[in-house]
Design a protein around this ligand. Sequence first.
Ligand SMILES: [Zn+2]
Length: 211
Amino acid sequence: MTTAVRWPASARFEEVKSGAPDGLGFVQDLLNTASMGKPRQPDLLESLDTAESWLKSSLAALSQIDSSAPLVPHPLDAGGLGRLRSLRDALRAALATGHAEDPTEPSTAVTVPSIEVTAAISLGADGAQLHPRGNGVESVRSYVLIQLAAATYADTMRRLKVCANPRCRGAFYDRSKNCSRLWHDVTTCGNTQNVRAYRARLKERGVSSQS
Ligand SMILES: [Zn+2]
């Protein structure tokens, strides 16, 4: 088992208890830098100051469990921050595919921009390994995509999800046996959604009885 680390962005949502394992925990933390939750939490990648301090504490948490954790990009510039934000937003959009903006509407296709990074692959005693490449933010982006590739091969990628509640979209790791969780927390987000779906069904029945 891995050491329990405190991921700074994910910790803003007290309900997000089931953290993703290993380096995927950092990917989850990146997703949770977005503005969301109730009360609304600020976007940690909105300004250079908040982004730099998030990177510092999240990468420090990562280095406790992964010796190949990338270094904190310093100084962080606006271009680098923009590239980090587009990676986060593309990943959130990809994970939200299938969740409709309005749960009473059928889901619409989401266009996910493609993201490309460089990485190195080496063969050693432990088999083939991927290594992040690039300087500053690029090594962080490379690390994130390596974690996603590893999760895809290990078939754990489907467990990294964003909450089906469009007002939440908190990232969580679904540890349920059949990987069927929709909400990061069924009591806070699940109930709101259930109530709305129930109302929608009532309305639908009302409409169909008149026709
Ligand atoms: Zn939620």
